[in-house]
Design a binder for this molecule. Structure first.
Ligand SMILES: O=C(O)/C=C/C(=O)CC(=O)CC(=O)O
Ligand SMILES: [Ca+2]
Ligand SMILES: [Mg+2]
Length: 412
């Protein structure tokens, strides 16, 4: 194992990032919590076995696990709260910069290419928003060409729906092409989707339970949100187009939603705050934030290795703080392990759109790829990777892992 680690690597995984993931134990099923520096995975469960002080009490809050680092997901670690996470990050920073060259740590280091990732969160509830003005305008024009692209409620509240938490899967899970009813020459015909699409999104993971019957204010975001993942909300546009009225997305999206294996702790994004889009009209009081913020996260979508779009998260109209306030304004509670996704992120320019249906103007203007092929929607064998970067604490940019999927043939 390399012991000469690069602590501020250009690839965005320096000591100021320390994302968290869960790897599968070799020859076993149990998970182990890890972080990384550059392309070296640091096994935190191993450090705990070695008796290394990690700066916080690693016992599970509920007393049911040995500790929060020998776990199949990050939920118990996130439940320890921001103080524990800050202490862990501080202690890891010390160990990494002062003594990681020491041979005694070698058994906790693994090359990235040798580990297998598990779904990092046991997802309790999954909510997907529809918060990009450009995306909503583009899709409104395509799905409802007869009316205003934005529905009358759009600028008054962040529209969202509850998705299917059990089909949220870790990056690299194969994407089985879903079957369903879609209109062919005006008639509903059952078969594999012919308009399989992507949606590039950012997801927020809850690390603290709220009380049923109470609201979370826009200013309380950091009390409840533990970290950020990348999301690809795979979407079968033909199934969606036939089924969605009047209740919204269902089987056209619930077959799979992929998230990155690495969770970036919200602490690591403290320098990524940026001014959000100006809202007009001024929203209802429960959605107001006296000091509104968004995050300067730049996404890149790759199709078979070619970057086809660079959506900017900061262009999203409704902010993460407003999305969290909105989903609890009726008294609904949030739980540790809840995931809420931003909705597809589309910037103003056509090379910033977050889905193929937008990038190909509704599937009529194919994208040309360097291998001389073209695409409107995804074909079997296609690989889609979404990456992202954001300003890091030390001054460069951190990399937010990646969410990848390869389309395989019809799942049944
Ligand atoms: O406008 C529609 O009918 C459909 C919208 C979507 O498919 C978008 C969706 O899933 C929410 C989002 O990601 O923005
Ligand atoms: Ca979506
Ligand atoms: Mg989906």
């Amino acid at each position: 194992m390399p012991l000469d680690l690069d602590f501020s690597p250009a690839n965005g995984y320096g000591a100021d990032h320390l994302p968290m993931a869960v790897i599968r134990e070799a020859h076993g099923v149990a998970g182990r919590v890890v972080t990384r520096i550059d392309d070296t995975v640091i096994d935190l469960a191993r450090l705990a076995e070695m008796g290394v002080d990690l700066g916080f009490d690693i016992a599970d809050n509920s007393g049911t696990h040995v500790d929060v680092l020998h776990a199949d997901n990050l939920n118990a670690l996130l439940a320890k709260g921001h103080e524990a996470m800050a202490n862990l990050r501080g202690r890891l920073g010390e160990i990494i910069t002062n003594s990681f060259g020491a041979k005694r740590y070698a058994s906790a280091l693994r090359p990235l290419a040798t580990v297998e990732f598990m779904l990092p969160i046991a997802i309790k509830n999954y909510v997907d928003f529809y918060s990009s003005l450009q995306h909503a305008t583009n899709l409104g024009r395509l799905f409802r060409p007869e009316g205003d692209p934005l529905t009358p409620n759009w600028r008054h509240l962040p529209i969202g729906y509850h998705g299917r938490s059990s089909t949220v899967a870790v990056s690299d899970t194969p994407v089985g092409r879903p079957s369903g009813l879609r209109l062919i020459e005006g008639r509903p015909v059952f078969g594999p989707s012919l308009r399989l699409d992507i949606e590039a999104e950012v997801g927020f993971v809850i690390g603290k339970d709220s009380q049923l019957g109470s609201r979370i204010g826009t200013r309380e975001f950091f009390d409840y949100v533990a970290g950020v993942v990348l999301v690809n909300d795979w979407s079968a546009r033909d199934i969606q187009g036939f089924e969605y009225q009047p209740l919204g997305p269902f089987l056209g999206k619930s077959f799979l939603t992929s998230i990155s294996a690495w969770l970036t702790p919200i602490e690591a994004l403290a320098r990524a705050r940026t001014k959000p889009v100006t809202q007009d009209p001024i929203p209802a009081e429960y959605l107001l934030d006296p000091d509104p913020w968004s995050l300067d996260i730049e996404l890149a979508i790759e199709l078979n290795g070619t970057v086809i779009s660079r959506p900017p998260f900061a262009s999203t109209y409704w902010t993460p703080g407003q999305q969290l306030a909105h989903q609890t304004v009726n008294g609904a509670n949030v739980c540790i392990g809840d995931l809420f996704a931003s909705g597809t992120i589309s910037g103003e320019r056509s090379d910033q759109f977050g889905s193929l249906i937008e990038l190909t103007s509704g599937g009529v203007q194919p994208l040309s790829l360097p291998d001389q092929t073209s695409r409107v929607f995804l074909e079997d064998g296609d690989a889609v990777t979404i990456r992202a970067s954001a300003p890091s604490l030390a001054g460069g940019r951190l990399s937010m892992g990646e969410v990848r999927g390869i389309v395989v043939g019809p799942s049944q």
